[in-house]
Design a protein around this ligand. Structure first.
Ligand SMILES: [Zn+2]
Length: 256
């Protein structure tokens, strides 16, 4: 890859920072998976009922309670898209650092597909690969077949509706995972922020938390404006283009 001199200098500076950091973690968002073909949740099938709605109007408790079939159809379409995509160069570069914790806002499993051990991935926004019971008192959960997801159906344990095990707008993050992520961010020397506009709260507050506890921040993002204030070093570009050169040959860990 040919980098201009300024970009090359930033890349070397970031590598040096990573090399002298004993505790490094990654915080990723949709930009990480975009290059795999999950860039957009928009509909290629204009006949589908849900294609008339903004995704933000579908990913909510209110939408599910008012129109459960529409919401499930939309998630099942997203699942069928996910069934056909593969990890990209950025996922693979991260997976080559098996001792590093991956905090992610992504609900896909492309990091795991790339080879990251499941216990090394903190999914702040849940998993589209699972359904769970919508009844908060019931803990039923099951794995979904991505190629052939089931239509709207009742929980076999309590009869309430099953729903994707993702965090919807207005819902709180999974308590244990959020706690672990916060605790980790308070111990880091460097947080590598990949493909997130850092605008979704409370997840984005992790960057502020890490910084307040002494961590340096490296941001990998094609858009320089969105995360400027938070970054010590900003590597401008797509994750799949930057991460392989940034991480090649390093041995990073979240705990020394
Ligand atoms: Zn149930």
């Amino acid at each position: 890859m040919e980098l201009d001199p300024e970009k090359h200098a930033s890349l070397l500076q970031a590598r040096e920072l990573l090399e002298r950091s004993q505790r490094v973690a990654v915080f990723s968002g949709s930009g990480l998976s975009a290059e795999s073909g999950l860039a957009t949740f928009r509909n290629p099938d204009p006949d589908a009922l849900w294609s008339r709605f903004d995704p933000t109007e579908l990913a909510s408790v209110g939408a599910f309670e008012a129109h459960p079939e529409r919401v499930i159809d939309w998630y099942n379409w997203r699942r069928s898209v996910l069934a056909g995509v593969r990890p990209n160069a950025a996922h693979l570069a991260l997976a080559a650092q098996p001792r590093m914790i991956q905090i992610t806002q992504n609900v896909d499993n492309l990091l795991e597909q790339a080879g990251v051990a499941p216990q090394q991935v903190y999914h702040l926004h849940g998993s589209i690969l699972h359904d769970r019971c919508h009844n908060p008192a019931c803990e039923y959960r099951e794995l979904v077949q991505l190629e052939k997801p089931s239509p709207l159906r009742a929980c076999p344990r309590c009869g309430a509706r099953l729903r994707p095990a993702v965090v919807w707008f207005g819902e709180i993050l999974p308590e244990q995972t959020w706690y672990q992520a916060q605790r980790l961010c308070m111990t880091l020397d460097c947080l590598l922020v990949v493909g997130t506009s850092a605008s979704v709260y409370p997840a984005a507050s992790l960057i502020t938390l890490a910084r307040r506890h002494g961590s340096r921040i490296i941001v990998v993002d094609p858009n320089p404006r969105e995360t400027d204030g938070a970054a010590d070093i900003h590597l401008v570009g797509m994750a799949g283009e930057i991460l392989p050169s940034l991480l090649d040959g390093l041995d990073l860990a979240s705990t020394p």
